[in-house]
Design a protein around this ligand. Structure first.
Ligand SMILES: [Zn+2]
Ligand SMILES: [Zn+2]
Length: 337
């Protein structure tokens, strides 16, 4: 249970029972995420949850109970469920802009032995996983779906030079997917993570502690123009501004990392106008990207397991969050015991 700022407690709660349309799974593995760290440090999240609440949003597991009327599923099925589902009825859903749905059903509580999946998620965003796919890889479906959504909106072309700012799990997932077709330059603050960025295909990596003039270096490496596509994956307003400064004329800048509430950035109007920049905000994922993400994970084409720093028992939960805060780990796979 998350009670507030840096106040996470392991407690006995009643086992969930599924109402009509719902499913309960026994968690095989739950993975931690940068969003969890952010929510834990801030003590809440505007859209996703309000403490006191069950916590954690990435998990895969096995169905142990089915509510009335659930069709096509059986006890024992291995599944992954996204942490949200759109309503399918609203203005945005009718236009297939599912990530903008104001009535998203959210689900939290993966850091537990059992997890209840709400009916809209069962209907739209719960997927069967192949027998041979480990729980912790399947659990990464949600963040990867967000990343694939981000890439889908970034107008990336083959052989583009792409700058990625941020060496967290999300930044590294962007590297892994984009490195197949583009030349990726990765900036981060942690040498260990940058090594993983290289393993995932980054052409070059840079530690901003040593090389702080990011736009200067990007321009040097791109004949003075700047990158074709820039992806910001830190959620820091000053880094958003830096991302825009790395863009070539005509570039797309994907401002992907969610910043603290009520923050603003400055944009140079001359650069935006005369350089015809596209500045994109991209939020969350859609049912289509949830499916593509699971297929990509199941294909094992990309070694996403490099993002799992450790496997730990759920009883270590608090220590795991302190390790994330200290940036000692990228993602941790938690197993209930
Ligand atoms: Zn996540
Ligand atoms: Zn909707």
């Amino acid at each position: 249970m998350l009670y507030g700022q840096e106040d996470l407690r392991l407690e006995e709660v009643a086992d969930p029972t599924p109402a009509a349309g719902e499913v309960v799974i026994q968690v095989g593995a739950a993975t931690t995420c940068g969003t969890d760290l952010k929510v834990w440090r801030r003590g809440g999240h505007a859209k996703m949850l309000k403490p006191p609440t069950l916590f954690g949003h990435e998990a895969a597991g096995q169905i142990v109970a089915l509510g009335a009327g659930v069709q096509g599923w059986q006890v024992g099925d291995r599944i992954v469920a996204n942490n949200s589902a759109p309503c399918t009825q609203c203005f945005f859903c009718q236009r297939q802009e599912y990530s903008l749905c104001p009535n998203l059903t959210w689900n939290n509580g993966t850091f537990a032995k059992y997890l209840k999946i709400p009916a809209p998620i069962v209907q739209q965003n719960m997927l069967r996983i192949p027998d041979e796919l480990p729980w912790e890889l399947a659990a990464m479906t949600e963040p990867l779906a967000c990343v694939l959504h981000g890439i889908g909106r970034s107008q990336v072309k083959e052989s583009d030079r792409v700058v990625i700012l941020g060496d967290g799990a999300i930044g590294l997932m962007f590297v892994a997917v984009l490195a197949e077709k583009t030349e990726v330059l990765l900036w981060g603050g942690n040498d260990h993570r940058l090594v993983i960025g290289k393993k995932l295909g980054a052409a070059q990596t840079f530690n901003y502690h040593q090389i702080p003039d990011i736009p200067g270096v990007v321009k040097e490496l791109t004949d003075g123009w700047g990158a074709d596509v820039v992806i910001e994956a830190t959620g820091v307003p000053s880094v958003w501004e830096n991302a825009i400064a790395c863009a070539r004329p005509g570039a797309t800048v994907n401002l992907f990392g969610g910043c603290p509430r009520d923050t603003t950035i400055s944009v140079n109007t001359e650069q935006l106008h005369y350089s015809e920049l596209t500045l994109k905000g991209v939020f969350h994922n859609t049912p289509e990207y949830v499916r593509t993400a699971l297929s990509l994970l199941a294909s094992r084409q990309i070694p996403f397991e490099l993002l799992i720093s450790e496997h730990r028992p759920l009883s270590d939960l608090e220590q795991v969050f302190n390790d994330m805060k200290a940036r000692k780990v990228i993602k941790v796979a938690l197993t209930p015991c």
